[in-house]
Design a protein around this ligand. Structure first.
Ligand code: GLN
Length: 188
């Protein structure tokens, strides 16, 4: 029985919970997904959803979750999507991040004219395309040490993994395809 927490301060929380449930069912794994608002319970994995990274960072600090996550990060698998991805990065501008992944992230990197768009993505190890939904998305500018890029749009990295951390600049919880959630569950 595995337990996945979804940080429930802002963003697409119910969609992530549903995607985890679907992914668990597909993989035939017994488990549950629960919202996390204050204290971190005992968990096998944590998801930080999209939203506004400055707001999520502020609310994480205020709720005490920031220090809880920092204290457990050496062994807790974490997936961050969009703003959640920004929270995982060691380097970015204007946001206090958890800094657990060796990568630099640029916020709102697709600019105003590409505020929100969809793009089929080739992801390392995935068959066919994954439908990427981008909403004021950041990009991963560079990675170092053991951080591995897993998908690109042109020269921009849009998904990366560093040990037990997974960063996705788009919104895998907003579509029907739960392969990224399955990938994360398989990292646990
Ligand atoms: N642009 C947002 C930020 O900088 C992220 C957008 C999102 O999570 N959809 O936090």
């Amino acid at each position: 029985m595995i337990k996945i927490g979804v940080v429930a301060l802002q963003g697409a929380v119910t969609e992530h919970i549903q995607a985890v449930k679907n992914a668990l069912a597909d993989l035939n794994i017994k488990g549950e997904a629960i919202p996390v608002k204050t204290k971190l319970p005992s968990l096998d994995g944590l998801i930080i959803p999209g939203g506004e990274s400055t707001t999520i960072s502020h609310l994480l600090l205020k709720s005490g979750l920031f220090t809880d996550i920092e204290a457990r990060a050496s062994s807790l698998p974490i997936m961050g999507t969009c703003a959640g991805c920004i929270l995982l990065a060691q380097k970015t501008e204007g946001v206090k991040t958890l800094g657990v992944m060796d990568m630099e992230v640029e916020r709102n990197a697709f600019g105003r004219q590409r505020y929100s768009f969809q793009s089929p993505l080739k992801i390392q190890g995935f068959k066919g395309f994954f439908p990427g939904i981008f909403i004021r998305a950041p990009v991963i500018r560079r990675v170092w040490n053991n951080c591995q890029p897993l998908a690109w749009i042109d020269d921009k990295i849009v998904m990366a993994q560093d040990k037990h951390f997974l960063a996705v600049v788009f919104h895998p919880e907003l579509g029907e395809d739960v392969r990224i959630h399955k990938y994360f569950l398989e990292m646990i």
